[in-house]
Design a protein around this ligand. Sequence first.
Ligand code: NAG
Ligand code: NAG
Ligand code: NAG
Ligand code: NAG
Ligand code: NAG
Ligand code: NAG
Ligand code: NAG
Ligand code: NAG
Ligand code: NAG
Length: 595
Amino acid sequence: MKFVRSVILSILFTLASASFKDSAQLKITSAKSSPRWAECGKSCVGRMQLVDVTLNNTGTSVWITSDDSLQVRIESDKLHTIQPATVKRLRPGDSAIVEIGVQNTAGVAQGSTGPATAVAQWSNNNASVALTFNATYGLPSYSPNPESVNAHESPDWFKGAKYGIFIHWGVYSVPAYGNTGKNESYAEWYWDHQINPEDPTMTYQYHLEKYGADVVYDDFIANFTVSNWDPKEWVDLINDAGARYFVPTTKHHEGFALFDMPSNVSERNSIKQVPHRDLIKELFDAAKKYQPQLHRGTYFSLPEWFNPAYSKYANGQFGVGPPRNPYTNKTVPYTGFVEVDDFLTDIQLPQMNILAYDYDTDIMWCDIGGPSLSDDFAASWLNHALQQNRQVTFNDRCGSVNGVAINGDYATPEYASTTSLSPQHWEACRGMDPFSFGYNYMTPDSDYLNASSIVTTLVDIISKNGNLLLDIGPKADGTIASIMQTNLRAAGEWIRAHGESIFDTKYWPNGPGSGNFRYTTTNDAFYIHYLVKPGDSLTVPDAVPYLPGDKVTVVGGSENGVVVDSRLVGQNLVLSIPEDISSADNYTWTFKISY
Ligand SMILES: *[C@@H]1O[C@H](CO)[C@@H](O)[C@H](O)[C@H]1NC(C)=O
Ligand SMILES: *[C@@H]1O[C@H](CO)[C@@H](O)[C@H](O)[C@H]1NC(C)=O
Ligand SMILES: *[C@@H]1O[C@H](CO)[C@@H](O)[C@H](O)[C@H]1NC(C)=O
Ligand SMILES: *[C@@H]1O[C@H](CO)[C@@H](O)[C@H](O)[C@H]1NC(C)=O
Ligand SMILES: *[C@@H]1O[C@H](CO)[C@@H](O)[C@H](O)[C@H]1NC(C)=O
Ligand SMILES: *[C@@H]1O[C@H](CO)[C@@H](O)[C@H](O)[C@H]1NC(C)=O
Ligand SMILES: *[C@@H]1O[C@H](CO)[C@@H](O)[C@H](O)[C@H]1NC(C)=O
Ligand SMILES: *[C@@H]1O[C@H](CO)[C@@H](O)[C@H](O)[C@H]1NC(C)=O
Ligand SMILES: *[C@@H]1O[C@H](CO)[C@@H](O)[C@H](O)[C@H]1NC(C)=O
């Protein structure tokens, strides 16, 4: 019965599409050279620049299908198209963003500009549209000014990675206190909370009672022993979690660095002080050895609270050094401080350069921003990375230069309760803790993000063109609370089993999905995610690119690959979900339309 119906529908469709074959109305709505590139592989020598082209099927009835052999290329006497893009499915009203690989023709300077034309051809070359645009031929080299480094973009590996683990670990992990419930706030802000008797975390009062008025923040350094730390356990956990990158705090606002540097920069670090170890090097070495596929990033706070050399930049708002005992108001030492001429030239920029060149960071995850020399930093680093054939990235918190913002590659909403689709790639960050990045001993296990919430949060974010950077707060001894490990691993099992619908996918330009539906796409398939356990049928509310006759299959869970019955009811795709399929997965249910 079903078989007969789908055959009839598909015959009707074939007739309909044949009779309108020449009337698919495509438009190229934008074409833009990017500073991103891909390895040539077998197609060319070296690397190819990527050009982004957006196509829209502006018609009302005729679909593009794989039978149309839709191909997009770039035409210019200054560029060769090495890798054209193909589009296998585009329903009326839908759009697709494709990447075309190009190289300059002989003698054309990298970074020079001029016209190029994006051309889409289909119906076996019988139909075409074109758009001429102002192109940049090849990859620019960067100059130390905001305009130049602001042209950089998130590389494709980063956009495709989707999920990273953030790690907040430092001297604040010793008190590990941020209060609880509505009074909770970031435990890594302990020092700043402590100086304000009115702070809702009541850190001022807590500290007085627990440690007494004579114990100051820097006394916690002696207890940052990392005595039970095994960096291999961390990188294995990150891999088990299903993440593709990680970003540890290399220096938070307290100014205590976990990496090495010359003594004339600072001695406020884990090498000169307890625990006398280069924690970032040990962690990165473990990652290189045991989980080399993980990209390694570095969180770095541009300002430092209470650093006497930062005071002139603090603007009265971000800590003013030197530090004082909050109970006696007496000035106390800023441990490891070395006199410098200028915070930016002698501390901030040298430290960023060390992370870039000595630690080979892939991601410079700046925090707070403020006065900086980040144009200088980024231009040299981006040029250096290109020479090494690497694509690196930096976020939107790398500050400003003489008041001009360094935009960074991506926005970083933090503990955002709502997010929305943005064509510009972005990254959400939050802790597994309800409101702390650093470990907060007061948080009950039941309040940590569970596997279900991790998965639904991730799927929601990637459907909107974002990445999720999910934070864990290890303890001062280097161990990670078992509740965080358990929940990360449970989510990781799901993420790895559904990897084809997560990693290296793209958002759907028509929207992330209504209600509990979320969508991701690839060149070969459309993925429908449902964020709660489905009932016996699912009516997809959005005009997804489903054609009668398409095969819809389950992705992940114990029924992975099983075909589900699918049909159109009016304009809506309806999936039949028997109990053996709805009980075959957890957290989020994923279905695939293959083109
Ligand atoms: C494609 O074009 C149609 C008609 O111009 C428009 O309504 C629609 O919003 C466009 N789609 C996208 C995803 O931009
Ligand atoms: C394309 O055009 C050629 C002749 O110009 C014709 O023979 C062929 O059938 C057309 N193909 C399609 C798919 O319309
Ligand atoms: C290209 O740039 C020139 C000069 O800025 C401008 O006049 C022209 O309109 C641009 N062309 C396109 C297709 O954007
Ligand atoms: C927050 O702290 C106040 C005291 O400042 C206390 O009265 C209140 O009960 C606390 N609220 C929660 C939810 O813990
Ligand atoms: C350091 O650790 C010792 C031993 O656990 C403890 O008694 C002391 O209160 C801690 N001091 C600080 C400042 O953390
Ligand atoms: C700090 O020492 C290094 C050598 O370790 C030297 O190259 C650099 O110029 C010194 N910086 C300053 C500000 O003196
Ligand atoms: C602490 O001392 C400084 C310097 O004398 C003064 O400006 C400030 O008001 C004092 N703060 C408190 C809370 O007494
Ligand atoms: C996971 O957490 C969410 C949000 O707090 C909650 O609604 C859900 O019941 C939890 N799931 C499990 C299995 O505990
Ligand atoms: C769902 O999660 C539960 C608890 O972790 C597990 O026992 C069960 O095997 C999972 N079911 C599937 C189909 O993955």
